[in-house]
Design a protein around this ligand. Sequence first.
Ligand code: QUE
Length: 336
Amino acid sequence: MTDTAAIEVLADVHRGVGRILLNRPKALNALTTGMVAAIDRVLAAWEHTPLSAVVLASTSTKAFCAGGDIRTIREHSLAGDAEASERFFASEYRLNARIAEYPVPVVSLIDGVCMGGGLGLSIHGSFRVVTERAVLAMPETGIGFFPDVGASYFLPRLPGAIGMYLGLTGHRLDAADALYTGLATHFVPADGLDAVGDALADNPDDPVDVVLNRLAGRSPVAESTLAEVRADVDRAFGAPSLGEIDKRLRHLGTPWAQAASAALESASPQSLEITHALLAQGRQRTLRECLAAELALTRTTIRTPDFLEGVRAALVDKDRTPHWQRASLDGRTPPA
Ligand code: QUE
C-alpha cells in the first residue's frame, strides 16, 4: 500500500520556483489535516530557500480546491471527537496566516472550483490567476457553517457590499466576476497555465505581476455580470441588518434580487446571523484577529444540528434539502 496522505500534496523546486500541487482529485482537493500539514511543512522549509515565487496549483482541471474536508469534520462531531476537528481548523488557519505573511510571492493558479478553504489557500497570497473554468464561492451558509479561512477579513475588504453578498448567499463568481471583485488578480487561459512556472523561472528579475500580465489572454473583466448589478448589491447588502437586507431585496424585485432572496431563503438562518455579525466585526480586525474569532466560532458551530444537517444534505445524502432548526430568518415555520 502506498501512503496516500503523502501523495495528496506534491511539491518540487525547479529553477528557483517552488511548486505545490494539490492532488486529491476525487474529492475535488478537499483539504485534510494531512494536506494542510504537508503544505505548511513545505512552505516552512522553503522560507530558507531563495525562490522567485511559489506556485500553488492542482492536478485536476475540475478543481483548485473545494474547501475543507467537512464530511470528515461532521463524522468527528458525530463520533464525539470535536478535538480532531479543532486541530484541523487550527492548522488550516495557521497555514492561511503563513501564506499571508510569506516572504516569497505566492501565485495560485485557479482552474475549476475554488471554494471555502480553497479561497483560504489562494486569497492570502500575492497573486490569484483564474482561467475560463474558474468558479469561486464562499458557500458555507448553505451547509450550516460560516465563511471562515479569513473570510471575515477579506470579504469586508471587497468593494462596496460585495463581500456581504458573497458571504451570505454563497453566490458563485466566474473569472470575469473574480477579476472585477479583486478576488482574482490575473486571467490566463487554461491552455496557458503550464507556461506560468517556466515564465517565472525564465524571468526571475521581473516583477511577478509583469510576468503574469505577459501570459494573460484577453481579459474577460468587461463581461462581469456582478458589475452590472453592483448598485443593487450595495443598496441591498449594505443594509445594517439581515431583516433590512431582506426588505430591500423584496423592494428591488429584479431577477437578481429575487435570486438573492431565494439564496437567503435556502441558507441556514443560524449561519446567516453568525455570518452577518462576523463580517461586520471583521472590518475592524486584523487577519490574525479574524482567524482567532473564526476558530472560536468553529468550536460551537460544528456541534450544531444545522451544521450536521447541512453537510448531510450537501455531501453525504446529496439530497440538497437541508431541514434547518429554524425554518426561516424571522423564525416562522412555513406551511408544509
Ligand atoms: C460548502 C462547503 C463545501 C462544500 C459545499 C458547500 C466544502 C467542501 C465541499 C466538497 C465538495 C466535493 C467533495 C468534497 C468536499 O463542498 O468545504 O469532499 O468531493 O469541501 O456548500 O464549505
